[in-house]
Design a protein around this ligand. Sequence first.
Ligand SMILES: NC(=O)c1ccc[n+]([C@@H]2O[C@H](COP(=O)([O-])OP(=O)(O)OC[C@H]3O[C@@H](n4cnc5c(N)ncnc54)[C@H](OP(=O)(O)O)[C@@H]3O)[C@@H](O)[C@H]2O)c1
Length: 366
Amino acid sequence: MIASPPNLLRIQRALKASGKRSYHDLVTLPGQKPIVSQGPPGYSAVSGHVVTVFGCTGFLGRYLVSKLAKMGTQVIIPYRDEDEARIFKPMGDLGQIVRMEWDIRSESQIAECVRHSDIVYNLAGRDFETKNFDFKSVHVDGAERIANIAAQSGVSRFVHVSHLNASPDSPSKFYQTKAEGEERVKAKFPTATIVRPGTLFGYEDKLLTNMAVWPIWWKLNHGETKIRPVHVMDVAQALANLMSIPQAPGTISLPGPSALTYEYLLDLVASITLRPPSRAPVLPKAVATALAKAAQSVWWPALSPDEVIRRYIDDADVPGDWASVGMAEPSEIESHAITYLRRYRSAENFVRPIVFPARPAPAVSE
Ligand SMILES: NC(=O)c1ccc[n+]([C@@H]2O[C@H](COP(=O)([O-])OP(=O)(O)OC[C@H]3O[C@@H](n4cnc5c(N)ncnc54)[C@H](OP(=O)(O)O)[C@@H]3O)[C@@H](O)[C@H]2O)c1
């Protein structure tokens, strides 16, 4: 990993351009390969990148960190809860996973987290509001703060994770603030890449596992809402690929391959868990909202009133940009659902084969 004289010159230029502190910071210039790298990509190699992943302790973040560390990338892990940060330790070689405590409201802590990084991912987001953090404080103000500090610190790439349905005109505050956050990020970091995934499924998801436990909440809108579920591993891979694709378009949509109704997904979950389909009633929206408000005042991770609104919104019908992140079509939900749902089977049904429900025929346009 000794830098040759031409590389030293590049390092000097890069340090000057980025305002980094010293030669031992591994830096890249926008659109260029890492200056210092060693060995074929792998756990014990040095990819030459130092990456900060805000929101790493969430569902998607863990898979992204694991993929980055496996390539020999040094990953800075900003965390709030000590226990949440423990799982990262074995993901990378010695010294490759660097934990740093942070608060999204603290500019100095954010600056410390991005000081040595050439790439910053922002995955911080929330599904429900709390008394300390509403959607705006995380999706808009937090995102803007991180983008601004990253730009000032000479970070060369900024990747911001939004949502497929982000829209300023959405009835959901979550989607509205996601759209506003995108604009604020682009204002502070004009070359930022905005990634818009569809609803994610995987081990810790809030889709398949939630359907298996709380089917009643997925019957809202008579189960007719259509979403485009996407495998968390596919989105994590796409995000990791972005590291080596500097010319990626400004906004990348990553929906799943098929638009599926909640009704079909509930049937799919029932056919895999081998439990009888739920006989729960279809709640009217007003009742569901009132129950969600009451539940949220008792226990936060319960369904929030904004999630009730989102249960009536179809996923945006936009083409996927998988090719631009070097990937073919993402996987179908049926290919992976058994992995995440087998634990809901009874012991005697544990290894029984699956009989998938028929997919509804697509509506024929007039
Ligand atoms: N899951 C989906 O279906 C889906 C679909 C499309 C887009 N997205 C977006 O993708 C991103 C990651 O999703 P996810 O499913 O991994 O979300 P998640 O599991 O809820 O994780 C959210 C992450 O954001 C952090 N965070 C939340 N509020 C914070 C605050 N006030 N201060 C600091 N950190 C905070 C959490 O940190 P703590 O662990 O410390 O709470 C966690 O690391 C989010 O922006 C989400 O909106 C998700």
